[in-house]
Write a protein that binds this ligand. Structure first.
Ligand code: FES
Ligand code: FES
Length: 264
């Protein structure tokens, strides 16, 4: 079969007007170079076009903060931000991140100083096993920036794409409320404004660094959803499992279901 040319694929109107359609170059099927910024560092990774952002980060770039839970957009463990908007790494193709800025949980801290949301998670004991925590933290940072923190119901709604199998939801919400009330919900403007002593006072001496170290792959090794493409697709409104996709919190943390004791 003859390969389709750009001319044969021109939309009818463009063809009638005799002008070339502007379209991005085709990628693949072989490996392609993708240049992007990850946690402030310019990176280039060579991947097949089918490789997810999550796999590119974890398997090709050694950025293991974002976790793989379900690999199908259901749990939120892989949540990262692309150009400041939360997306699901497992449903985002790495090639769509060309020229984009990716922020993982590993990029939230300012050196040794944790992000206020990280501090608040520690202070409020907002995790148990910690596996969901990198996604929860990134999602919470974006949530605070989006301003969806009016009350617990709104927080639960807009965090509904991040599942916690340990049911730490009350503590996660408490952490988010703490940052909201302390920093008026502008998490992105508050990086580093909460000193380590803040968490230490609550969680005990050295708690921040200890907890960070204890959560390798969580806060320390890592510091949050959407899907396929970051440009116009990496929109929190398209966050798989997020509030815009669902009429309300649903899935394992669904408030539309009977709530387990200690759950949401
Ligand atoms: S790994 Fe579960 S949503 Fe991506
Ligand atoms: S802390 Fe264990 S899954 Fe959330």
């Amino acid at each position: 079969m003859t390969r389709q040319t750009s001319r044969t694929r021109l939309p009818a109107q463009a063809r009638r007007e005799g002008r070339e359609e502007s379209r991005p170059p085709e990628l693949g099927p072989g490996d392609v170079d993708v240049s992007l910024t990850v946690d402030g560092t310019a990176r280039t990774v060579r991947v097949e076009p089918r490789v997810s952002l999550l796999d590119a980060l974890r398997e090709r770039m050694g950025v293991t903060g974002p976790k793989k839970g379900c690999d199908q957009g259901a749990c939120g463990a892989c949540t990262v931000m692309v150009d400041g908007r939360r997306v699901l790494g497992c449903l985002t193709l790495a090639v769509t991140c060309e020229g984009r800025e990716v922020t993982t949980v590993e990029g939230l801290a300012d050196g040794d100083r944790l992000h206020p949301v990280q501090e608040a998670f520690i202070a409020n004991d907002a995790f148990q096993c910690g596996y969901c925590t990198p996604g929860q933290v990134v999602s919470a940072v974006a949530l605070l920036e989006e301003g969806h923190t009016g009350d617990d119901a709104e927080i639960a709604e807009w965090m509904s794409g991040n599942i916690c199998r340990c049911a730490a939801y009350p503590n996660i919400r408490a952490a988010i409320r703490q940052v909201r009330d302390t920093h008026e919900g502008r998490a992105a403007d508050t990086v580093g404004t909460v000193g380590a002593a803040g968490a230490a006072e609550t969680a005990g001496p050295g708690a921040a660094s200890d907890a960070a170290a204890a959560h390798a792959g969580g806060f320390a090794a890592a510091p949050g959803p959407d899907s396929v493409g970051p440009a116009d697709q990496a929109d929190p409104a398209r966050h798989q499992g997020g509030p815009s996709d669902r009429p309300g919190p649903s899935g394992a943390d669904g408030s539309d279901r009977p709530r387990p004791e200690g759950g949401r």
